[in-house]
Design a protein around this ligand. Sequence first.
Ligand SMILES: Cc1ncc(COP(=O)(O)O)c(C=O)c1O
Length: 363
Amino acid sequence: MQTPSKSGYEINPEAIFKKSVLKIKGYQSPPQSHVKAKLNQNENPFDVPLEVKAMLADRIVRLAWNRYPVNESPALRKKLADWHHVHPRQILLGNGSNQLLQTILSATVNDGDKICWSSPTFSLFSLFSALYNAVPVDILQTSDLRFPYETFIAGVEKHQPRVTLLCSPNNPTGSEIDLDFLRTLCNAASGLVFWDEAYAEFTDQTAVELLHQYSNLVISRTFSKAFSLAGLRFGYLIANKPVIEQLEKVNLPYNVNIITEAVVSELLDCRDILFERVNQIIEQRQWMYEKLCRIPKLKVYRSKANFILFKCQHARSVFQTLKKHGILVRDVSSYPLLDNHLRVNVGSPEENEYFLDILQTIR
Ligand SMILES: Cc1ncc(COP(=O)(O)O)c(C=O)c1O
């Protein structure tokens, strides 16, 4: 029997948990408290319009909450498929795109398999790699944060990773990876190529067309950014049918709840309104970029996403000073190559102005 101790119930972790779990730190969730300017999680500053929420509230009340969703949501898959000009059986739905990445890795990676990516990039890639006991093949970007096209292909040819993980536009650098490179990569890789398009709506590039040619490509999209839906959790994959068929076996049944399903379906119908706001974010991104470039001693990177990366002299103290003023940004200094770098996402015009005003005063 377990006995309570001062610190709660003691366990012997080694006897219970996998080594790979004990070894990792877990996802480090940034602060979520209400502040004057919350610019640290790449969220959309604009909530779903109130009229849309009000209309949905009525529909949601009339749904049968006691019933399971129709498995694999055929109607929603069809809507997404029509939007992307693919077949509904090329779509797989998830409780956020992170959950779908986990599905992919559970379906593909055995202990000791290789997973390849290029740091600095999305922190979950290395975390999941450790969790699944994979051998990481991290082909670093150049010191000025350009994607290492040639060395990456050479690395994939040499190691033949089970999965290659890429993100375009890339978090946290904001840069895009070339689609011609992706073609070469899909030819060179015998394993899956996971292409995370979480920020695709903020640029004009998508790899969906490439699915006609490459059967090992899997594209991931989310409603957490452009669609203002981080709180409801929804993401989806687009790939060819043979890949989706295998992943369906691993994805948990009923992983998208009926409320999320109804909201996503409605948002797809009114995406013109949402995309007008995406355009505003893109305009603000340009405005912020220019303003940041005028601040002495900052190195600012161009971005195709809804955030901007910059280097300053003392990132930790800049981060703390901003925080004291109620501004949350993301300190990414611990990422490879990103010593003294901060990432700020584009907020509302008021938040952006406030952030820049305060940043300018910090010496
Ligand atoms: C590259 C990338 N992929 C996926 C996600 C998370 O997506 P979701 O909220 O759909 O799990 C993020 C979130 O910041 C991200 O930066």
